[in-house]
Ligand binder design. Structure first.
Ligand code: NAP
Length: 255
């Protein structure tokens, strides 16, 4: 399986395995963690509590910027797997192209992990278009995904155009503007029209875009279920364009 559900789970800040178990019970099959979130063991435990077959859930982790040298990549992912309690992860990301990142050595380490069977797919995060082009030149596998911040107040349309032109997935992180969706007046207006929440509108607006999947973080059962259901909400072209046209910009996770 190489296609991600349109709504996965962001786990940054989740410290209780019960939230992961609840998410799986609510239908989530794509779980996104990272070495730097310090919760890989929580995610692993939550998956085991859910008693789901390992091959039925997509697990993603990310290598932090101080572990991106060839040897550190291999060692740090071995440590990640131990924390997760798994033999392999489905998706492995370069968290940011910073610090120890070096397209040749880093990606060679990632490919070594694929060859060993420890990683199924290589992904990158926070890459700008020129960095993506450079990475592609060093990778044997033609298709990978880029995980970037994307919500109504931060719209990297160049990254989206690249994903669509080269047919890979854009994983939109912080799709609810990190909990600030209710402060965006255009989104609030549209939510009122549909008798739904601003969070649902953010998710529906993003998942309507070609090649985009979202990974909202949620910890309560109510939020987990509402976010999965939100992908079913149909916004009109005018409503989607109204959000596309928002020019105010707030980047929540700058370099
Ligand atoms: N690659 C990167 O560099 C990077 C950077 C940042 C984030 N990420 C990933 O993206 C994920 C999501 O981003 P994020 O955590 O910044 O923020 P987010 O998903 O935009 O927003 C999460 C916040 O929204 C609340 N929420 C969730 N569903 C809701 C609903 N239906 N109604 C009202 N409030 C709701 C959550 O509260 P509750 O917890 O109480 O439900 C939480 O406070 C992260 O967990 C992480 O996996 C990646």
């Amino acid at each position: 399986m190489d296609t991600l559900d349109s709504v996965g789970l962001g786990t940054m800040g989740i410290s209780d395995p019960e939230s992961i178990t609840l998410a799986i019970e609510a239908g989530y099959r794509h779980l996104d963690t990272a070495q730097v979130y310090d919760n890989e063991s929580v995610v692993g435990e939550g998956i085991r509590w859910a008693e789901i077959d390992r091959e039925d859930v997509f697990v993603a982790t990310k290598v932090w910027i101080d572990q991106l040298g060839y040897d550190s990549v291999v060692q740090s992912v071995t440590d990640s797997l131990e924390r997760l309690g798994m033999d392999s992860v489905d998706l492995l990301y370069v968290h940011r192209p910073r610090g120890e990142y070096d397209p040749e050595g880093t990606l060679e380490g990632f490919e070594e992990l694929v060859d060993r069977g420890s990683v199924h797919h290589i992904r990158v995060s926070n890459f700008e278009v020129p960095q993506l082009k450079e990475a592609r030149q060093h990778l044997q596998a033609p298709i990978f995904a880029n995980q970037v911040e994307y919500h109504p107040l931060f719209q990297p349309t160049d990254a989206l155009a690249d994903a669509q032109a080269n047919d890979y997935t854009l994983v939109a992180y912080s799709p609810l503007a990190n909990g600030r969706a209710g402060d965006i007046s255009e989104v609030v207006d549209i939510a009122r029209t549909h008798d739904t929440t601003p969070e649902a509108v953010c998710i529906a607006w993003l998942t309507a875009k070609d090649n985009v999947v979202v990974i909202p973080k949620a910890s309560s059962k109510a939020h987990l279920m509402a976010n999965r259901d939100a992908a079913e909400l149909q916004l009109s072209t005018n409503e989607r364009t109204r959000i596309d046209d928002i020019e105010r910009e707030t980047e929540l996770f700058p370099e």
